[in-house]
Design a protein around this ligand. Structure first.
Ligand SMILES: [Zn+2]
Length: 422
């Protein structure tokens, strides 16, 4: 057995044992209480939409010790130390933004916590904000201080996105395979894989070499299931060549970009794109400030090239762009493209949670799940949407974030008591 194989077996086995331990721990925390013990928080009166258990209906949710402890047609308000009124609102598993930029104050990063009133997100995945040269700082000064849960793709460029707008892959020497592989191997609980951006302004004359190095780093890390998230836009080269390199489980982000090297040409989805989806490459939206074209997306949806994950690509530039890439607004676009609400919710909760694969029951409201919830309202009425290429569409409804709960604690008011006063 070579070293890499040995290490991936150990890592895989360790993760499985840890997952079983976490499930047992969550159950123990729930079972330690009697039937009349109070809940820390009850969310009352809302309509629960949880695609992980095919559930849509009026339910109250009891939360105890940061865990979903009860989900019932009615739980009396008197049973809760604190209650949230969700009347008229949908109660969703905490939204997960699988492509965001949440390393605040560096490159194009924003504070995930500050965004919560607009995103309703309880979990973000940083899409390559940090590279091997900056990840430790991100972990200690960003992730460790965040209330929202953060996972990350490590950029194959050791400078991450700190050089923005100067392309981080113009100098191929920044793509250090061994350094990236080592960082990934040392942080498998938070790093999901390697990020790479493949557009002309980012890679210059380096073609697909950054992507090849990203794949090499993921494989050399020995971390079982380490993914590569590849951004596309304009050039370089033929998109089919790029798509053919992606492995099952890798992520194609900006899948509906109209920036030049598109997945849809003359109204038809590329055969290589269909093939990629078929072999298990995850199709991710990554709307952003320049990466979502209605004409591409509409053709793709009609031809079965549907997203596996809906994400925002929110960052300090896209946040102020006309396409408004806040996750609930991007979800609203898909809702108005005819995607059923349950599927829109699944692609922003259970689906990205499965792709993260680090936390049992994340992205669900099942008993024992982490008490992460997004309460939203469906606002009915005519609404105008615009993509990143100034194509306009009319819609009939939109999703408005109202309240967000992370680990059983609501963001903002009303503040829970931190201490029991005598
Ligand atoms: Zn991005």
């Amino acid at each position: 057995m070579d070293d890499v194989t040995r290490r991936s077996l150990l890592q895989g086995g360790g993760a499985a044992v840890a997952a079983v331990g976490l499930i047992q721990e969550a159950q123990a925390r729930t079972e330690a209480f009697g039937p009349t013990d109070p809940y820390d928080l009850i969310i009352r009166g809302g309509e629960v939409v949880d695609p992980s258990q095919n559930l849509r209906g009026r339910r109250d949710i009891g939360i105890r010790n940061a865990t979903i402890a009860a989900i019932e047609p009615e739980i009396a308000a008197t049973r809760g130390t604190q209650t949230l009124d969700a009347t008229g609102q949908l109660v969703l598993p905490g939204l997960i933004d699988y492509h965001a930029h949440v390393l605040p104050g560096a490159g194009i990063g924003l504070s995930g916590d500050e965004l919560v009133p607009y995103t309703g997100c309880t979990t973000y995945v940083s899409a390559g904000d940090a590279g091997a040269g900056s990840f430790s700082a991100f972990k200690h000064f960003g992730i460790a201080q965040s209330r929202t849960r953060i996972f990350a793709f490590l950029h194959i460029s050791s400078i991450g996105l700190s050089g923005f707008p100067v392309g981080e892959m113009l100098n191929i020497d920044h793509a250090r395979v061994d350094a990236a592989a080592k960082m990934l191997a040392e942080n498998p609980e938070v790093l999901l894989g390697i990020k790479v951006r493949e557009t002309l302004d980012v890679v210059g004359n380096n073609g697909l070499e950054p992507l090849k190095r990203a794949i090499a780093a993921a494989e050399r890390s020995g971390v079982a299931g380490a993914r590569v998230m590849c951004h596309i836009g304009n050039a370089p080269g033929n998109l089919a060549d790029l798509l053919d390199l992606l492995r099952p489980g890798d992520v194609l982000t900006h899948a509906y970009s109209g920036a030049g090297n598109n997945t849809v040409v003359n109204g038809k989805v590329l055969a290589a794109a269909i093939e990629a989806k078929k072999r298990g490459v995850l199709i991710d939206v990554g709307h952003g400030g320049g990466s979502f074209d209605y004409t591409i997306c509409e053709a793709a949806l009609q031809q079965g090239f549907t997203p596996d994950i809906i994400s925002s690509d929110i960052h300090s530039y896209s946040v102020n762009s006309p396409g408004k890439p806040f996750l609930p607004w991007v979800m609203s676009k898909f809702l108005n493209l005819g995607m059923p609400l349950e599927q829109v919710v699944a692609l922003t909760t259970a689906a990205p949670a499965k792709a993260i694969g680090r936390v049992p029951k994340l992205g669900t409201l099942q008993i024992g799940a982490p008490a992460d919830l997004s309460l939203v309202e469906i606002v009915e009425g005519p609404v105008d949407f615009v993509d990143t290429r100034r194509n306009e569409r009319k819609g009939q409804r939109w999703i408005k974030p109202m309240q967000t709960v992370k680990a059983g604690r609501p963001f903002g008011r009303p503040y829970p008591a931190l201490f029991n006063w005598p």
